[in-house]
Write a protein that binds this ligand. Structure first.
Ligand SMILES: Nc1ncnc2c1ncn2[C@@H]1O[C@H](COP(=O)(O)OP(=O)(O)OP(=O)(O)O)[C@@H](O)[C@H]1O
Ligand SMILES: [Mg+2]
Length: 196
């Protein structure tokens, strides 16, 4: 079993979208997956409810979890799936730390802007697990993207070579059972990082 935690101290950076899309990408590859929703506002849980209401259920379960459940997962107790993907809330340091403690790999989604990369950097530095920034909502060929990449390189942060573009089609994935080609690519990169 491998545990992937999707976390960033900043809100609205694409954590839930990334957790759910990567879980769907993994399922497409025949991996068994469970998503742990550690955010009590329930973004991932509501996503799953939408798919059921629409008669297009997800090929995995989304389970709301608390800190004791994450601490148990850190001891590798209780789960049998190939992958546990943890979606976390912004700002809640205690939950984020427990989710990082349980992780084999930490993915830190961030938009290319100073305000976002600043807080993503906090999350990155607070993690003692292999951690990778995932750039989301990217507008290709912009100054902002160029500057952000330079910032990540200067800070010697690891990041996924594939980024997720700002796109209406990604926004529309919420509540469905489909992923995007870019998330499929990030999923392949993630599997390599996990030696899978
Ligand atoms: N690549 C993208 N292109 C366009 N919109 C996106 C993209 N990724 C995410 N969004 C949108 O941005 C908003 C925030 O995304 P999401 O809910 O995944 O972020 P989050 O980090 O989980 O937020 P929170 O911190 O509130 O839990 C949502 O409306 C989502 O649909
Ligand atoms: Mg969220």
């Amino acid at each position: 079993m491998k545990v992937v935690t999707v976390a960033c101290d900043k809100g609205g950076t694409g954590k839930t979208t990334s957790a759910m899309c990567l879980a769907i990408s993994l399922s497409k590859l025949g991996k068994s997956v469970v998503v742990f929703d550690a955010d009590n506002t329930g973004g991932a849980t509501t996503w799953e409810a939408c798919t059921k209401d629409d008669g297009k259920p997800l090929p995995f379960q989304v389970v709301p979890v608390n800190r004791p459940k994450l601490d148990r997962l850190a001891k590798r107790k209780g789960e049998e799936e190939d992958f546990v993907i943890i979606d976390t809330p912004p700002s809640d340091t205690a939950i984020i730390n427990s989710a990082i403690e349980a992780a084999d790999l930490v993915i830190i989604p961030t938009q290319p802007s100073r305000a976002d990369t600043f807080l993503a950097g906090d999350t990155y530095r607070s993690s003692d697990k292999p951690s990778y920034i995932l750039l989301t909502r990217v507008k290709a060929r912009t100054k902002l993207l160029k500057e952000t990449l330079k910032e990540l390189q200067d800070a010697e942060f690891m990041y996924f070579p594939t980024y997720i573009s700002e796109s209406e089609s990604v926004k529309r994935l919420y509540g469905g059972n489909e992923t995007s080609p870019q998330y499929d690519k990030v999923c392949q990169e993630m599997l390599k990082l996990l030696d899978e």
